[in-house]
Write a protein that binds this ligand. Structure first.
Ligand code: NAD
Length: 508
């Protein structure tokens, strides 16, 4: 994972990019920016709730950065028609041509690295260093799939026990795809879907989260710049109405959704009509197990990275700490010191380690859980309240000795809130780690690698880190068990999600 160097990352520069380069009030359909008109009622109706105006906020200050209009189902119809028309030729392009476009997207993102990072900090609030990792990871994802598809031959021979016949296998693109992404990792979650979909030969409708449109809309400029054939990718800045129109459209073959379980369940129902192929990347309540032999100082760094990165707004956040009873008190002491010394602040400030939550809605969600913790009488090691002043900031928070019946143990908070409990032996540690309706990821901290690998076999999770921060490589499939979703992104599985195998049997 190579990180690019950046030069100018300031709020002023990012605001200039937002004003001068991001195309607002438009959807990217059939290779052009199509103006989203205000509804006819807009001019003669003073009720702003009846307009399609939509404000984008700087979470660092709570101020409006820009106002744009959101698409409607009419734009979805136009985009599906464009993707349908483009499918015939794009699905037949040589893999070398698809790889060329994927590398061209990566090249353009490298050239616009600072602008993409700046827009992400401005619109999402994440600290500069985290936004740099995001953009670098997205670039790596486009390059990975360019490389992977290049190695794929059209036909492969399947060995059989029958004589006198040949069995051949090929992979066909699944068709026209509806890609729907959340706000917590703009550009990253998009790349995990878009890169394999394009590599497979699919055409797509992409609906980024309406909360973080600025970085995602820059992708439209990039696609124009690299001359991607018209209609192959259509970007629809919209909210639930647009998502619903996409997932229920009869010409959509595949829905790939990343977001909350509440919406994921709706998406699954919407996609059921017409039996659409579906991938769901949903919530998490992942555990970090700290064994008795762990280095306590290092374990605390991993705990902090796992829950406070992106202000805890990570699907794989290790939001449940399961620590051996013999070291718990000592670990809590170190964890408290390290947590209280985290620099909270504006994402653009170079020393910031913990930025704001993405929106007022997310702030209220975290506040709700602080109130529940008070009602449940949880022991608060540190934090437990919002930061007063402007912006959407919450204190990094740790609750200890949390019962497994607590709402905070069971539910995804999606904020900088860690709940902790202790264990006596490995059996109990595994039972506690698996005590969740989610099963996305886990971390194990132990100096005994053999024992940690044995634990990893027994933990229900799609990705497990042993003594490491949450590094996600494009080669490693991503996805969970239980209610964390259906399917895998990234790796070879991520490409298969956009392909259907075909077999041909012929006489030898
Ligand atoms: P969300 O479910 O509110 O929204 C996700 C997307 O769905 C947005 O683009 C939204 O506009 C769209 N949407 C809303 N209603 C819709 C509908 N009825 N039909 C179709 N689309 C609709 O999620 P969020 O708040 O943006 O993101 C946070 C959630 O995402 C968390 O639960 C987090 O765990 C999850 N997430 C999971 C992964 C993963 O890989 N498993 C990664 C990132 C985020």
């Amino acid at each position: 994972m190579e990180m690019l160097e950046s030069t100018e990352l300031t709020r002023e520069a990012a605001s200039q990019t937002a004003q001068n380069e991001v195309v607002l009030n438009a959807a990217y359909i059939n290779g052009d920016w199509v103006t989203i008109e205000a509804p006819a009622t807009d001019t003669d109706n003073a009720d702003s709730s009846k307009t399609n105006n939509h404000a984008l906020y700087d979470p660092n200050s709570g101020e409006v950065i820009a106002t744009t209009r959101l698409c409607t189902s009419v734009h979805v119809t136009q985009a599906v028609e464009a993707a349908d028309a483009a499918f015939a030729s794009w699905s037949k392009t040589a893999v070398s041509e698809r790889a060329h476009y994927l590398n061209a997207i990566a090249d353009a993102m490298e050239q616009q690295f600072d602008k993409l990072v700046g827009l992400s900090v401005l619109n999402n609030g994440k600290p500069i260093e985290e936004a740099k990792i995001d953009v670098s990871d997205a670039i790596a994802c486009y390059r990975y799939y360019a490389n992977l598809i290049t190695g794929q031959a059209t036909w492969s021979e399947v060995s059989t026990l029958e004589s006198g016949i040949r069995l051949l296998k090929t992979y066909a693109p699944v068709g026209i795809c509806a890609l729907i992404t959340p706000w917590n990792f703009p550009m990253v979650t998009t790349s995990w879907k878009l890169a394999p979909a394009l590599a497979a030969g699919c055409t797509v409708l992409l609906k980024p989260s309406e909360v973080t449109l600025l970085p995602e809309l820059m992708l439209g400029n990039i696609l124009s710049e690299i001359d991607l054939p018209k209609g192959v990718v259509n970007i629809l800045p919209g909210a639930a109405e647009v998502g619903t129109a996409m997932t229920s459209h009869p010409l959509i073959d595949k829905v790939s959704f990343t977001g909350s379980n509440v919406v994921g369940e709706k998406v699954m129902v919407q996609a059921a009509k017409g039996i659409k192929d579906i991938s769901l990347e949903l919530g998490g309540k992942s555990a970090i197990i700290v064994c008795a032999d762990a280095d306590i100082d290092y374990a605390c760094d991993l705990i902090i990275g796992g829950i406070f990165t992106n202000a805890g707004q990570i699907c794989s956040a290790t939001s449940r700490l399961v620590v051996h009873q013999d070291i718990a008190e000592q670990l809590y002491g170190v964890l408290k010191v390290k947590t209280t010394s985290l620099q909270i602040g504006d994402g653009f400030a170079v020393d910031t380690l913990l930025g704001p939550l993405v929106s007022e809605q997310q702030l209220n969600q975290v506040k709700k859980y602080f109130d529940i913790a008070t009602t449940e009488n949880l022991a608060c090691l540190t934090g437990g309240e919002l930061v007063t002043g402007s912006g959407y900031f919450a204190m990094p928070t740790v609750y200890t000795n949390v019962p497994t019946t607590s709402q905070l143990w069971m539910e995804e908070v999606f904020g900088p809130v860690l709940v902790s409990t202790t264990f006596a032996d490995d059996v109990e540690a595994i039972r506690l780690a698996n005590d969740s309706k989610f099963a996305l990821a886990a971390t194990i901290v132990s100096t005994d690698e053999t024992a940690a690998l044995e634990m990893a076999l027994q933990i229900k999770a799609g990705h497990i880190w042993i003594n490491e921060q949450q590094i996600v490589l494009p080669e490693a499939g991503w996805g969970g068990f239980k209610q964390s979703g259906i399917g895998r992104e990234l790796g070879g599985d991520g490409l298969s999600a956009y392909q259907k195998s075909k077999h041909v049997l012929l006489t030898d």
